[in-house]
Each structure stands twice: as structure tokens, then as C-alpha cells.
Design a protein around this ligand. Structure first.
Ligand code: DC
Length: 439
């Protein structure tokens, strides 16, 4: 999971930036200013002065505000009706600024905002996201620009929308709103101590986005421990590939960025080391919990970021962890067979539904991998091929509503692609599969 807080004064370009980042990372975007704007609009419609703390507080219990997301787009319903652009007028901007200084209003919106950050990876923009709403956000950016630059942008935006105003008026209101928002007693608009300050007065939207994505990438890299992994990878991988006589095929099929699930056939414990030595990006392996208890090896698995799974039942914790790792932009590897099957035609072995389940829940693509050896067994000094196949898109897995049958069918489809890379093909459905030779 990743939580990104974008705070800063109005007109700094927070919402365009947050929208673009959300699209790029496939996470939820919450525009918190829209919530305050809706309350401002409601008070204006009700004939209440947005600055009147007592009247606003007394009216709040009657407020019927619902926040929904359709296709990742936020909608706010006021009395069941989508507020749309009616909250974007200069009058509502001033009302929003006024109600946002009232304690009962901030209290009212607190849990709505926090609940979203608790359940999903999210980017939120506002004034107090990094200081109050998600103080432990992984990335905090305070985006700002000179009042002139911001007023110019806001004026262009309003003109485009057909709102009649002048640059001078927009500038005046912007300065007044800045003052209200940054000097109020409650949750003032100030950078969090650990926020990164970004002044984009002279930056284009594209440049700002590029800078922020690079900040996020660095934070994720640090969080996933991939720096340490890659240090050892660079040191050891060439040696391991030489030692095990590995030929790597299809490495260009590994995307340079973004999370996905990697699925491989399973011959022996060594598979983990071989795949790790051939993949140019860090991988977290899903391995049975027992492996994490073997002395020495367990430390290696932990250092490699292995995810221990209880093979006995549905290990929801491990599945969830894997999904989080993928949605955070990393690679998780799983052996769909669940067991090691040396000396057995892999195409005749059964699979479990875990790979399909993770693909469904993460929405990620899958990369098939085949470890090709003579007789499906490792032999000393014999060449091994590690073959990476083309990504299988999530759409190709044919999910509709999820469920065990769909996960199983998806895993079989994936495993069919895995064995195909080794020149095998799955038996047709009516041939019984064998479980013989499992280790
Ligand atoms: O970002 P915006 O212009 O849509 O915000 C409207 C007003 O809401 C702004 O003047 C300050 C207030 N606000 C706030 O106090 N806290 C937030 N997290 C977001 C907005």
C-alpha cells in the first residue's frame, strides 16, 4: 500500500497532479477540497453565512453528503444529487475556505478521509493531508507556486469554464483564501515537517509530474528494500548464472516498471535462486512457511523478501501481502503447482488456485516462466534454461465476478502458458491429472 499526501495552497496544480499520478499508478485519487466545497455550497444554498460557526455547526446534522467512486472518478452527492462543477465557482471557493476553518466541519470530514486511506492505496490532495489526515503517509509533497502564477492558472481555468471574472479579482481572492487557510487555528495549510517542498511556478505540468513520480519511485524503492536486493543481485547473479550454466531467454519480456505476478514451474528449491539470478528486477517469492524455518536458508529467504504461505488452507494474510506488494509496483513470484515436481512431465501435474486469486485481486498482468532442464531435473554441469514468456494480460484471464472456479480456470490458463514455454502442453480436460512425484 502507498499513501501519498499532496498539500499546498489553491491553484498550485495539486488536483491535476494528483489525478495524473493516480492514473499512472492505478490508485485512488481523493480531492478533499471538493468535500469542503460541497459543505460551503450547502451552507450557501441553505442561506447560512459560511463564516457563522454556530449556524454552520447547527446545520451539519441535516447534511446528506455521500462520496462515491465510479471508474476511479470521485463523485459527491448532496441530497442524492451529484454536485459536479457547481462547487467550482469563486463564491463556493470562498465559502469552502470559511467553513474549513470551523472545527465541527473538519471533525465531520475526518473519518471519511481517513477510512479511504486505511483501505486502499491513495493519493489525496488538500491542506492538512500530511499533517493531520495521514501523518504517516509514505510520500508527502507540499506543492506551491507564487500567488501570481497560481492566479494566472486559476483565471485561465475559470475563463475556460465560462465563469465571468477578472485576473485582478482572482488574484485578490486567492491571496485572501491563502491567508484564511494558512493562518487559521485548526489544521492550517502548512507543510508537514517531513514533506518535500516543490515550487512549480516555473515548471510545466509534465515536469511537475515527472519530478513527483521520481520522488515516489525512490520512496517505493527504499520501502521495498530493493536497493539491498539489487546490491547483492549485481554481485552474485553473474556468478550464479555461470555456476548453474544458465541460459536466460526472453528477459525483454520483463517490464522495466510496475507490479506483476510471475508464475513458474517448480522442480527444486534451487528454482528461487535461478529465477532471482535471471530476473533484472527484485522479486518477492511466495514460499511455504516451513522453508522459512530452515536454519541459514530461512535468513536467505527472508533477506530476499520471501512471503511465507501456509499451504494447508487459504492463507489470506499471505495473499493480501502479495497483492499489496504487486499494487505497490513490485514483482511477486509464485509456483502455481504448490509443490516441487522433479522428473515428472510438468504438464500432467495439478495446480492450485493461488495464482488466479492474486491476479484477480491485484488486477495485475502475469509473466509465465519455465525452467527447462533435461528430464525436468537438475543435473550437475548440464545447461538450464530460464525462459520468460510474454506478459499475459489480466483481461486475457477472463475474470467476471471472481470466485474459486474463476481463480482455478485462470491458474490453469497461466500454467498452460508456463509449460508451453518448455515445449509441453496441458492435457485436455477429460484426461485425469496425476499428483505423482510431488516433493
Ligand atoms: O483545494 P480547494 O481549493 O478545492 O479547497 C477548497 C477549500 O477547502 C480551501 O480554501 C481550503 C479547504 N480545504 C481544507 O481546509 N483542507 C483540505 N484538506 C482541503 C481543502
Amino acid at each position: 500500500m502507498i499513501r501519498i499526501a499532496i498539500d499546498g495552497p489553491g491553484g498550485a496544480g495539486k488536483s491535476s497532479l494528483a489525478k495524473a499520478v493516480a492514473k499512472e499508478l492505478g490508485i485512488v485519487y481523493l480531492d478533499t477540497g471538493a468535500l469542503y466545497r460541497t459543505i460551503g455550497l450547502y451552507m450557501l444554498n441553505s442561506g447560512i453565512d459560511p463564516k457563522d460557526e454556530v449556524a454552520v455547526t447547527a446545520k451539519l446534522p441535516e447534511l446528506d453528503l455521500k462520496l462515491t467512486f465510479t471508474d476511479g472518478k470521485q463523485h459527491i452527492l448532496l441530497d442524492g444529487v451529484d454536485v459536479g462543477d457547481t462547487i467550482r465557482t469563486p463564491e463556493v471557493s470562498m465559502a469552502a475556505s470559511a467553513v474549513s476553518a470551523i472545527g465541527s466541519v473538519r471533525e465531520y470530514l475526518l473519518n471519511t478521509q481517513r477510512n479511504i486511506a486505511r483501505t486502499s492505496s491513495v493519493i489525496m490532495d488538500g491542506r492538512d493531508i500530511g499533517t493531520v489526515i495521514i501523518p504517516d503517509a509514505e510520500v508527502k509533497i507540499f506543492l506551491t507556486a507564487s500567488a501570481e502564477a497560481r492566479a494566472k492558472r486559476r483565471f485561465a481555468e475559470l475563463t475556460l469554464k465560462g465563469v465571468e471574472t477578472t485576473y485582478e479579482q482572482v488574484y485578490r481572492e486567492m491571496v485572501e483564501r491563502d491567508k484564511n487557510d494558512s493562518t487559521r487555528e485548526l489544521a492550517p495549510c502548512v507543510p508537514a515537517k517531513d514533506a518535500i517542498l516543490l515550487d512549480n511556478s516555473k515548471l510545466t505540468e509534465e515536469k511537475t509530474l515527472k519530478k513527483v513520480l521520481s520522488i515516489i519511485r525512490k520512496v517505493r524503492k527504499k520501502k521495498s528494500g530493493s536497493g539491498v536486493y539489487m546490491f547483492f543481485h549485481r554481485l552474485l547473479a553473474p556468478f550464479l548464472r555461470f555456476l548453474f550454466k544458465i541460459k536466460v531467454v526472453g528477459v525483454e519480456n520483463i517490464p522495466t516498471d510496475g507490479g506483476f505476478l510471475l508464475c513458474s514451474n517448480h522442480i527444486a528449491k534451487r528454482d528461487v535462486v535461478l529465477i532471482g539470478a535471471c530476473c533484472p528486477r527484485p522479486i518477492k517469492f511466495i514460499a511455504k512457511k516451513e522453508l522459512m524455518m530452515i536454519p541459514i536458508l530461512s535468513s536467505l529467504f527472508k533477506a530476499l523478501g520471501a512471503i511465507g504461505i501456509d499451504r494447508g488452507g487459504n492463507d489470506i494474510g499471505a495473499i493480501r501481502k502479495s497483492i499489496d506488494i504487486i499494487t505497490d509496483g513490485n514483482i511477486v513470484a509464485i509456483f502455481p503447482q504448490g509443490h516441487r515436481y522433479p522428473k515428472v512431465d510438468p504438464a500432467t501435474t495439478p495446480v492450485r488456485n493461488g495464482a488466479g486469486l492474486i491476479a484477480y485481486r491485484s488486477g495485475a498482468d502475469v509473466i509465465p516462466v519455465f525452467i527447462k532442464t533435461e528430464g525436468n531435473k537438475y543435473r550437475l554441469f548440464k545447461q538450464v534454461e530460464v525462459i520468460f514468456g510474454k506478459p499475459i494480460s489480466n483481461d486475457e484471464l477472463g475474470f467476471e465476478n471472481g470466485g474459486n472456479n474463476e481463480y482455478m480456470a485462470a491458474t490453469e490458463h497461466i500454467f498452460g502458458k508456463v509449460v508451453e514455454l518448455g515445449g509441453y502442453s496441458l492435457p485436455s480436460k477429460n484426461e485425469p491429472s496425476t499428483d505423482g512425484g510431488a516433493e
